[in-house]
Ligand binder design. Structure first.
Ligand code: 8IG
Length: 266
């Protein structure tokens, strides 16, 4: 952890976070994806809300429906660190910027992280607004947050324990394999077919790099996708961002309840 490394920058952000929020240590982190914002209010009253740009290493949010804020929320006995936005790989700020919130959460004390996203679904039965547990991923970005001979094991990356608990709380929850494309364009129908052939059922532009960084930091990972649209070519409808935001609003109470029930137990 020498000076000037991404890990050092995350440690500095965590120290500043503790100072600004007055919360010395956080327990569980939550990263909100497209469409998830309405669900977060169910988690509890924020103790503090800060701008990401108040912390070292963070830049401003770039996507409508993402807010560049971080909340510290007391949920049961746990201090929750909620990132209301993320940096996407397609912003071109580099992989270290993408996983900086994850490393900051680890440095702040978090032993578990809930990664959420909005994505396209390959199963026609997943209508917009369906939450799906991520069981595994395929990283098609061609990159990694890890540098050097750091051979991190990704078996059971998406915690079987937390997936089982989520399904106990909501037996209707399905599971899927999340395929991260670089974006920012959506896939072609042929690319969506490819994603299916290689074993994917969800397509999106986030999450896998963050999950890898979380595993490196020895955090337990729960991944939940909100299927906001059927992937290109699965339905005959074109894709648009308004549909994404609307699907989130429609599913907010169901997802908020799930998060509120599972997070204090993590
Ligand atoms: I929301 O269909 C959302 N994000 N790659 N494909 C990809 N990302 C997405 C999609 C989608 N929907």
């Amino acid at each position: 952890m020498t000076e000037g490394t991404p890990y050092q920058l995350a440690q500095e952000a965590a120290t500043e976070l503790a100072r600004i929020t007055g919360v010395e240590r956080h327990d569980v982190a939550l990263v909100l994806g497209s469409g998830w914002l309405p669900a977060v209010d169910a988690l509890g009253t924020p103790n503090a809300e800060i701008d990401t740009t108040d912390l070292p290493g963070f830049s401003a949010a770039a996507v409508a429906g993402h807010s560049g804020k971080i909340r510290s929320v007391r949920a049961g006995e746990k201090n929750l660190l909620v990132f209301l936005s993320r940096t996407h790989y397609y912003e071109g700020k580099g992989v270290a910027a993408v996983v900086h919130p994850v490393r900051t959460a680890a440095a702040a004390g978090c032993r578990a992280i809930v990664l959420t996203n909005g994505c396209g679904g390959l199963k026609p039965t997943w209508s917009p607004g369906t939450p799906v547990l991520i069981s595994d991923h395929i990283n098609l970005t061609g990159t990694s947050p890890l540098v050097g001979a750091n051979f991190v094991d990704l078996t059971d990356l998406y915690s079987p324990r937390l997936r089982a608990r989520a399904k106990e709380l909501d037996p209707s929850l399905d599971e899927g394999v999340y395929v991260q494309f670089p974006g920012p364009h959506y896939e072609t129908p042929a690319e969506v077919r490819m994603a299916g052939i290689i074993g994917g059922t969800l397509v999106g532009m986030s999450t896998t790099l963050e999950a890898i960084a979380a595993r490196e930091a020895k955090m337990e990972v729960l991944g939940i996708s909100l299927v906001t649209n059927l992937a290109a070519g699965i339905s005959d409808q074109p894709l648009n961002h308004a549909e994404v935001l609307e699907a989130g609003r429609a599913a907010a109470s169901r997802m908020g309840e799930l998060l509120a029930r599972i997070v204090p137990e993590i």
